[in-house]
Design a protein around this ligand. Structure first.
Ligand SMILES: [Zn+2]
Length: 165
């Protein structure tokens, strides 16, 4: 690689070269003070690191009520699908599509005190619209500079072999 660089003043990298090989090459290039080659190697290492962090991205899916969806969209969530949820009580006093339950002798939505029989008459059944939404989440909090630091720390254990020349 060093010799072909000296002849052509360019370096061609392929995926077949291991990361360890690139690190060894980087040390060789530094030793011979080939700054341009060092830069090319550094760019290749950087490119590989960026590919790794792209792969570590995962997609999260969530189900939210249609009425709450807009606040998620403003936080970067994307609409995937919508469907009707399970039948739910709606409080007539605060709006037939306002979800409510009977709890502690109260209608939770309007807070009116009532027994269960009155609660049943006080409500209508409806199926709330549910949205499936998604967002991409990056799993890696490790920045590229941390990885380079880790690579540099392990450089002391690198060995040179016949593949150099
Ligand atoms: Zn109510």
């Amino acid at each position: 690689m060093i010799l072909s660089y000296l002849r052509a003043h360019t370096a061609i990298f392929s995926e077949s070269e291991s990361d360890a090989y690139l690190q060894k090459l980087s040390i060789e290039a530094d030793y011979y003070q080939l700054t341009h080659l060092s830069t090319l190697i550094e760019c290749e290492i950087q490119r590989r690191l960026e590919n790794i962090s792209k792969k570590k991205e995962e997609i999260i899916y969530r189900v939210v009520k249609g009425t709450e969806a807009s606040s998620f969209f403003s936080q970067g969530w994307i609409f995937v699908h919508q469907y009707y949820g399970n039948e739910t009580f709606g409080c007539i006093a605060t709006g037939t599509r306002t979800e409510t339950i009977w709890f502690g002798n109260h209608c939770v939505s309007c807070n009116e005190l009532m027994n269960y029989e009155k609660f049943i008459k006080h409500t209508t059944l409806f199926q709330p619209v549910m949205f499936v939404i998604m967002k991409k989440k990056s799993l890696t909090a490790v920045t590229a500079s941390h990885v380079i630091e880790a690579l540099n720390n392990s450089a002391g254990s690198l060995s040179f072999d016949q593949s150099f020349g």
